[in-house]
Design a protein around this ligand. Sequence first.
Ligand code: OXD
Ligand code: MN
Length: 579
Amino acid sequence: MTSNKNLTSWVDQIARLTRPARIHWCDGSEEERDRLTLEILRSGNLEELDQQKLPGCYLRRTPQHDVARTEQLTFICTSEKGDAGPTNNWMNPGEAYQKLSKIFENSMAGRTMFVIPFIMGPAGSPFSKIGVQITDSNYVVLNMRIMTRMGKIALEQLGNSNNFTRCLHGKADLDINNRFICHFPEDNTIWSVGSAYGGNALLGKKCLSLRIGSYLGGKEGWLAEHMLIMGVEDPHGKVTYVAAAFPSACGKTNLAMLVPPASQKGYKVWTIGDDIAWLHVGDDGRLWAINPEAGFFGVAPGTSYKTNPNAMATIQKNTIFTNVLKTSENTVWWEGMDGVPPTSGIDWKGRPWAPGGEPGAHPNARFTAPAKQCPSISSEWENPKGVPISAILFGGRRTKLNPLVYQTFSWNDGVYTGATMSSETTAAAMGKVGVVRRDPMAMIPFCGYHMGDYFKNWITMGSRVKNPPKIFHVNWFRTDHDGRFLWPGFGENLRVLKWIIERCEGRGEAVESPIGFLPKLIDTTGLNIAPSILNELFKVDRDAWLAELEDQQNFLSGFGAKLPAEIWQKYHALVKKFS
Ligand code: OXD
Ligand code: MN
């Protein structure tokens, strides 16, 4: 299939290690998809759903201990431990190769080894990257087919080049004690073994597009970010592009696919991506973004026609559902879906289910769906140049601290705000509810190098963009004394986006506060929000911020000498403003 000796010799080398019964080079064709689907159906590892109601849709149940990313088993393997930084697990590369080689040895005996060439980013884009994933999981092949541009198209783009990420994945015996997700940024290589779960096994996503991507971005002068990308079209047809980073459970997919409420006549939202953005400085001095992915790997529970009608429309065909409930009508269901819950079904563990007992779907149940099926997909989503970003949003779930929205004073103030971003844990996460977790730029689990160096790259990028995006902080989750949300959220977030866009255009009135510019006026017509609630939504409480700054200082100290001086300067300036 290819004359690329760099590639064929690597594939030979891995075949000698893993000893598969056969090797299949994926071409990305529909015949290939149909053949593989049939094979998995026959093996019992995939179930066909009602093809009238959900054409091309299938259900997969994973082993019960393989349902989420396993951060404790995820490593950055750089020659110097210090290069991985305090936020990553580190392993010496020699030790990691040796340890994982033992697990990979003969692990594909009797199985097919699939070779998946894939592109992250639009085909032909100067910003896209090529990866080649070897895997012994046909489920992974079907998912990679949705999440990336894969097969012949990627081999054509690669040509005879050696410039591709070598991604090795194996199920081995799916034993959590033999599970490792290792990244070798210096070798542009990823080895993942012992898990078939998306984030651990679809190596183009978190592993390549964020961990290896952020490392390459640091070296090559660009940014790989855990951000959605959206376009907001105003009633005159002008589209403004926004990128936004939020930790998990803060509604990134919902914001990317926002449906403007009826009151916001003439506004439209266009989706470019829901999870990852690669940002480059354009020749015009602006920051341009591409979405490296071709699909959505979204959390199913909580997704409904009320919370995200565009996501619901996207997943009505050609979608792989993982760990959801199967209804007696051979369709899917999960907690938080609209309508009357089913009276019976088969739960994600494969057991008969009835309402009132354990959840039918795993809280991290997923859908894998082609982005092009999304009704709000932007006509620009595959533009090889990307889209020009006017605003960057950082956000988190803080019930009391952060105002609904504020604009940071400058690029570096924005970097500081991103670096100290935080969110409170929810009931969906393990452990205590309401604990503040710092998650700089929502990248804690995904930054492939020392975060101090990563912040430096942000600062350097700012000095290279002549016309940088404005940076904002948003918080949809502020509550009153009884724990009720003060802001309606969802589609109404467009009102906040409108003020953000006005600010980007040099309009939109603001009042200065110590942390940034707050809106003088936000359009709340028809929302029936009392002035006292608005006051609360925009309150910057001095005592709360002094406590917050102490916590920020502790956190930032953990980055040691690598924390850029610019970040400390911003910290001290803020302390002074509040004192
Ligand atoms: C994801 C995540 O799956 O951030 O997108 O965990
Ligand atoms: Mn994500």
